[in-house]
Design a protein around this ligand. Structure first.
Ligand SMILES: CC(C)(COP(=O)(O)OP(=O)(O)OC[C@H]1O[C@@H](n2cnc3c(N)ncnc32)[C@H](O)[C@@H]1OP(=O)(O)O)[C@@H](O)C(=O)NCCC(=O)NCCS
Length: 187
């Protein structure tokens, strides 16, 4: 993975959202292999799949100028997961769109890091990328992720819940809830 200095870096009071580095890959593979972290995804990822996801994230930054940032806790941990913005590759009633998303190693849950990083990503999306709206979505059982969306002030209308088109009919993870946030007047 080549480091690209053209990818933006965001700072919050506790976090650095920065471009990915080769050195992030082992820690990223470890969290992608954790069945608790991946409980609401179809499967855990092995090292090869984890590395290819990181490469796709890097390519997304190249293409869009934003993406799922590598999250660092300065002085504490070089890499705790990702938080950021992504353009979904599937088609649904709300696409094309930009989503805000997060995935952290389990030991860093329960500290507010996902919400803090997501606020910075939303600010970037609205104020710097000029987006009019950002969405988020997950399965109804992913209470931690839904709680992040609620804390961010995103809104949910159950009439917009949808079946994820990348999963087959009857799959336990097919049903998704959609949350939306419009650009605030201040951005
Ligand atoms: C989704 C995920 C990122 C949420 O992590 P999280 O730690 O629950 O969320 P936050 O970082 O916002 O932290 C909130 C918690 O930290 C607590 N907290 C502690 N210190 C805090 C602080 N200074 N500021 C804010 N919250 C703080 C909050 O009270 C809250 O605790 P609670 O969960 O007991 O209510 C995490 O569960 C995860 O990585 N899951 C696996 C991947 C995944 O499912 N991603 C989403 C796919 S759509």
């Amino acid at each position: 993975m080549s480091e690209s200095s053209s990818h933006p870096t965001l700072r919050t009071s506790r976090l650095l959202l920065r471009p990915w580095r080769e050195a992030d890959l082992p820690a990223f593979a470890a969290l992608n292999a954790d069945p608790i972290v991946m409980e609401h995804f179809p499967s855990v990822l092995d090292r090869a799949l984890s590395d290819s996801l990181a490469a796709r994230i890097q390519a997304h930054f190249d293409r869009h100028g934003f993406g799922l940032w590598a999250v660092e806790l300065p002085e504490v941990a070089d890499f705790i997961g990702f938080v950021g913005l992504a353009v979904p590759s599937f088609t649904a009633h709300f696409t094309p769109c930009v989503e805000v998303g997060w995935r952290l190693a389990r030991r860093y849950w329960g500290a507010g890091y996902a919400t803090e990083g997501a606020r910075a990503a939303l600010d970037f999306g609205f104020a710097r990328a000029g987006l009019a709206e950002i969405v988020s979505f997950t399965v109804p059982d992913n209470h931690r992720s839904l709680a992040v969306m609620e804390r961010l002030g995103m809104t949910h209308d159950s009439r917009e819940d949808f079946e994820h088109p990348a999963l087959p009919e009857g799959h336990r993870l097919r049903r998704h809830l959609l949350y939306r946030m419009a650009r605030p007047l201040s951005a």
